[in-house]
Ligand binder design. Structure first.
Ligand SMILES: *[C@@H]1O[C@H](CO)[C@@H](O)[C@H](O)[C@H]1NC(C)=O
Ligand SMILES: *[C@@H]1O[C@H](CO)[C@@H](O)[C@H](O)[C@H]1NC(C)=O
Ligand SMILES: *[C@@H]1O[C@H](CO)[C@@H](O)[C@H](O)[C@H]1NC(C)=O
Ligand SMILES: *[C@@H]1O[C@H](CO)[C@@H](O)[C@H](O)[C@H]1NC(C)=O
Length: 300
């Protein structure tokens, strides 16, 4: 019997539930919508009907000629495509849409919905430099400069612990508040500051990350007591805190002192303001007023 006729007949016999499994529209399944240039990815086209043995055609959006045709296996067509094949001559960093359809004898399905895939590019690291002021209150600012190895670039992004906090100009002032934007508020927040640049407008080409700098944001707004904190840094990070080993921030009468120390002097701890806070809380709850400026000394 003619397959198409069989297909048409079987649709009449099926219950609505059975029929809903086969939507008449194939579907594209991809595990990720972004791959790096040079990598390959798997793109699966599902069959729209309960008849195998046909072929799937894969189209770039905007083209009526398939650029890949493969035979169905197990009601699926699995295309393995390199970034170059995905791009089809477009520049690295482009986003391309794809559709597929299924062909069996005289039957050709409609196209699937389009799925877009971006082939991202990379470029060499920029250099991050930073003004000497590296212990900040939320209102203070630090001047940061991202210097890419190529000129000009489309934009720079600055990251606080891998989260983009600002984008645009490659040289700017960032406040402690901006740096701590996505963080849980805490008295003393160490932040790992890095930058990247995007060399071209409209293309997903992202540079490798820059060198990193540690910055400390000291927020006393939630504190009603005085305390001392110690922060330990790696040797190569210590330089930026030179001359600021003891910073005192006073507001509403409280004093928070921060001591920045060389990691070599201590154990494996990075900072211990939380511990100090916890201890002090226990002590002060037994006291009657909060006006006392209890000095809790910790550190080496
Ligand atoms: C940031 O990303 C780098 C590289 O991908 C990773 O090594 C590091 O652990 C990340 N840091 C945080 C705080 O997520
Ligand atoms: C950062 O702020 C300082 C002081 O206000 C100013 O001199 C400097 O030009 C600013 N830098 C940028 C990149 O805006
Ligand atoms: C800071 O970020 C850099 C680059 O992503 C990473 O190599 C480094 O391990 C990070 N350091 C800390 C303390 O998270
Ligand atoms: C800290 O320790 C490292 C490795 O043990 C060593 O190379 C470095 O010179 C030390 N720095 C200081 C300031 O003692």
């Amino acid at each position: 019997m003619d397959l198409v006729l069989l297909f048409a007949l079987s649709l009449c016999w099926w219950t609505p539930e059975t029929r809903s499994q086969w939507s008449e529209k194939p579907k594209i399944i991809i595990s990720e919508d972004e791959i790096k240039d040079g990598e390959s990815m798997k793109l699966v086209c599902t069959l729209p009907i309960d008849y195998g043995g046909g072929e799937c055609n894969l189209y770039r959006e905007g083209s009526s000629i398939p650029f890949r045709v493969i035979r169905e296996v197990g009601y699926l067509c699995t295309f393995v495509l390199s970034s170059k094949e995905l791009l089809g001559g477009r520049p690295v960093g482009s986003t391309v849409g794809f559709t597929c359809n299924y062909h069996l004898q005289q039957y050709t399905s409609i196209h699937s919905d389009a799925r877009v895939i971006t082939v991202t590019g990379s470029s060499p690291s920029p250099h991050l430099s930073i003004s000497h002021h590296r212990l900040l209150s939320p209102a203070d600012s630090v001047e940061v400069t991202c210097t890419p190895p190529v000129h000009p670039v489309a934009r720079c992004h600055f990251y606080s612990d891998n989260v983009s906090v600002t984008r645009g100009s490659c040289s700017r002032n960032l406040t402690g508040e901006q740096l701590a934007m996505w963080k849980r508020p805490t008295l003393l927040l160490p932040i790992n500051l890095t930058c990247r640049y995007y060399p071209k407008h409209g293309l997903e080409i992202r540079s490798e990350p820059s060198n990193h700098y540690q910055v400390l944001v000291l927020d006393v707004s939630e504190e009603s007591r005085s305390m001392d904190c110690s922060v330990w840094l790696e040797d190569d990070q210590l330089d930026g805190f030179r001359g600021r080993n003891w910073a005192t921030v006073g507001a509403d009468g409280q004093t928070v002192s921060v001591q920045v120390l060389n990691r070599n002097l201590t154990t494996d701890k990075t900072w211990d303001c939380t511990e100090t806070t916890t201890e002090t809380t226990t002590e002060t709850t037994t006291e009657t007023t909060t006006e006392t400026t209890t000095e809790t000394t910790t550190g080496p």
